[in-house]
Design a protein around this ligand. Structure first.
Ligand SMILES: C[S@@+](CC[C@H](N)C(=O)[O-])C[C@H]1O[C@@H](n2cnc3c(N)ncnc32)[C@H](O)[C@@H]1O
Length: 281
């Protein structure tokens, strides 16, 4: 489903690709989001026309800027963006203000705080279509997203897009081998000593991030699929390579994204406890 959006939004993406490249260069944090991912995020927003995007993890703000551009082009919707740090306010925003107009920034609502303590209720109440971009890591965040945020948006049109989950069919064949590296034992060890610890291989996914496990667990309990964007892109689009070429992307490009949508569930939904409400009550 998600991969079709690039095909459907090809003309819109083509119109804005130069601007997105300029923005991407200005953010200057290319390790945090690839350009193919940026184009996919843009296309997704133009296609779904969400009135609310919830960005979990802003960092220097690649995804922030792509979402802001998409909302500005659509002239609809707002982005609420969470981070523990002010990299966007201190570094990225001043760079972008040099070439983007005042209005471009008006759809962004910045929160610089621990998102696991944030009550999403009021935001979710007034939204009809919600895109969640999940790019902040760990079990605490998983508990808050799956136990607090997801029940609030489950009955609304929504998609949850998860960053940093690769598809085992599209990683280098050698990465399957343990080599000298120790077993995956959580993301902290992996991020601190990537040469010493393996990534986690589970189901179709290859990942460092802790939340991959509770996300798989949640999807399985609710009888829904955690979709691999790369798998769908290659499987559903006979013309995948031609599409990448038309976007001036390498034909080897991968998206390293997973997504799920609770509307696929046919059984009663189940959620972990909402710890925010439990502690408040
Ligand atoms: C990988 S970066 C995000 C990159 C960004 N999406 C991009 O496209 O450039 C992850 C961010 O999540 C933020 N984060 C981690 N835990 C958080 C929490 N509990 N609350 C809010 N933000 C958090 C960190 O501050 C970090 O900047």
């Amino acid at each position: 489903m998600i991969t079709r959006v690039l095909e459907k939004q090809l003309i819109e993406v083509g119109k804005v690709q130069g601007t997105l490249e300029r923005i991407y260069d200005a953010v200057a944090s290319k390790g945090d989001l690839s350009f193919p991912q940026a184009l996919l995020l843009y296309a997704l927003v133009r296609e779904l026309q969400p009135d609310l995007i919830i960005e979990l993890g802003r960092g220097m703000g690649n995804s922030t800027a792509v979402f802001a551009q998409a909302l500005d082009d659509a002239q609809n919707g707002k982005l609420v963006s969470f981070c523990l740090y002010e990299n966007w306010q201190q570094t990225t925003e001043p760079r972008l203000r040099k070439f983007l107009p005042e209005e471009w920034f008006e759809r962004i609502q910045l929160f610089t705080e621990d998102l696991t303590q944030f009550d999403f209720g009021p935001l979710a109440d007034s939204a009809e279509t919600v895109v969640v971009f999940w790019d902040a890591h760990g079990f605490d965040i998983a508990e808050h997203v799956l136990g607090h945020l997801l029940p609030l948006i489950a009955s609304k049109r929504h998609v949850v897009l998860c960053h940093d989950i690769a598809d085992r069919h599209f990683v280098s064949p050698e990465s399957r081998l343990y080599g000298d590296k120790r077993l995956w034992r959580g993301m902290e060890a992996c991020y601190e000593n990537p040469d010493d610890f393996n990534d986690l291989w589970t189901d179709w996914a290859v990942t460092k991030v802790d939340q991959a496990l509770p996300i798989f667990d949640f999807c399985r309990r609710n009888g829904i699929e955690l979709h691999s964007v790369d798998r769908e892109f290659r499987r559903d689009l006979a013309s995948a390579e031609a599409l990448l070429e038309r976007l001036s992307l390498s034909v080897q490009s991968t998206f390293v994204l997973a997504y799920f949508d609770l509307s696929e569930a046919t059984d009663e939904l189940t959620f972990p406890p909402d710890l925010l409400r439990r502690h408040a009550g």
